[in-house]
Design a protein around this ligand. Sequence first.
Ligand code: GLV
Ligand code: GLV
Length: 320
Amino acid sequence: KDMRTVITGQLPASPPPPSGEFGEVRIPAPPTPLSRERLLEEVRGATAIVSTLNDRIDAEVADAAGSGLRVVANVAVGYDNIDVSALQDRGVIVTTTPGVLTDATADLTMGLLLSVTRRLGEGERLLRSRAPWTFELGFMLGTGLQGKTLGIVGLGQIGRAVAHRARAFGMNIVYTSRRRAPEQVEETCDAVHLSFEELLRTADVVSLHCPLIPQTRHLIDAQSLANMKPTAYLVNTTRGPVVDEAALAEALSAGQIAGAGLDVFEHEPEVEPRLLGCDNLVLSPHLGSATKETRNAMTQLAFDNVRAVLRGDDPLTALP
Ligand code: GLV
Ligand code: GLV
């Protein structure tokens, strides 16, 4: 039968785009991300959609694709861009890419954590400004990690990988999670389970690894920031809307917390203008999974999921 695989965005250089058993493969011409109008147009007749987190995949998109749609393979571990029940109600399988991006995202989390606590962004801006400077014992002092407490919010695969890395830097680990996971971190990292409020009051660095769901939208708001220590740092590598950016800008400018590292933004790709004025903030443009190895593996896993569904096999990493 006529199969069509629609890829919504530009792919990394490898793996090569699928062919053969994927049916007719459509990769849109630039510009991408696709506008809503073009997305609805491009998906018409799709058997499979390979989507990115820029695309809102919902009932309207499924209906635009038509009744032949069998699988949506999101090239991301997060799936807040997908109305999963609307698709599953229509018999469409939804897959994501867990596992393959865990290490890359945990590495970037440590990068932001180190950058903000050691003032690397500020230091680089100083040098590039060609302002005079000299080594002094009191010059540009940051905060050490040894013996400090890392508070992990959301203990999935990425949260656990961050816990292990932070342990190697001599940090103590506390975490909050819907489920307690003793075998995973309480034993290997001596991690202590706390309530969210206790974690905010205790942690020297708060690192967010929960998914974006209605209950975690603006989890970090003015009240949460007020509960953090004035010497504490916030790191966000999950999804922007977990943090109220206006409240964070306020807290950073007021010195209510010591600093923050952000890889994701509430209204991506926009960044709250007041944040850009905060020197105690390190920014990166959603680079958590952005290594050649990881993007290759994510793309491959999405293709493998599509191939399995089109063959009638079980997909590798489908949402339940
Ligand atoms: C990236 O943000 C992802 O969810 O994979
Ligand atoms: C610093 O550069 C030192 O040598 O201690």
